[in-house]
Write a new protein. Structure first.
Length: 148
């Protein structure tokens, strides 16, 4: 099998100081894409994504999965758009989803309607990344970010 069809995921437990060397090696070995997983209470996803991008030249690099409950889509869109300008050519990727329910419960962020939260956030994120202005809020899903 061609290695360009296979990607490498760097987990958030990977020490930050080891990410750049690992990413450069994966690109030299011909892997087709790199990903950095975001897990609460460990290395942040956007810092990991940025390190992987900075250490490579052409390979696409993704953030995944980032929780729709811990990152507001307006902030995520702003960060992704900035990185896409720094690293053009479609290199910046992202995957969004609900995230680890245990950690969301721990933070008081588990929504009543998880699928609704993911769909609403995805729609808003897509609109913002397409350059549209946000003219609506988030509903019962991601808009209800928990707390007391």
């Amino acid at each position: 099998m061609d290695r360009s069809a296979i990607g490498v995921v760097f987990g958030s437990l990977t020490p930050p100081e080891e990410l750049t060397e690992g990413a450069a090696l994966a690109e030299r070995l011909g892997f087709g894409h790199l990903w950095f997983s975001e897990d609460c209470f460990f290395t942040g996803g956007l810092s990991g994504l940025t390190q992987l991008l900075a250490a490579t030249r052409v390979v696409p690099v993704g953030l995944g999965l980032t929780s729709v409950m811990t990152r507001h889509p307006a902030i995520l869109a702003m960060e992704l758009a900035g990185l896409a300008r720094m690293y053009p050519g479609g290199r910046v990727r992202a995957a969004v989803g609900l995230g680890n329910t245990h950690w969301l419960e721990q933070m008081g962020l588990l929504p009543d309607r998880p699928l609704t939260a993911v769909v609403e956030t995805f729609d808003v994120l897509r609109e913002l990344l397409d350059g549209k202005a946000l003219v609506r809020g988030l509903g019962q899903g991601a808009g209800d970010r928990g707390g007391t």
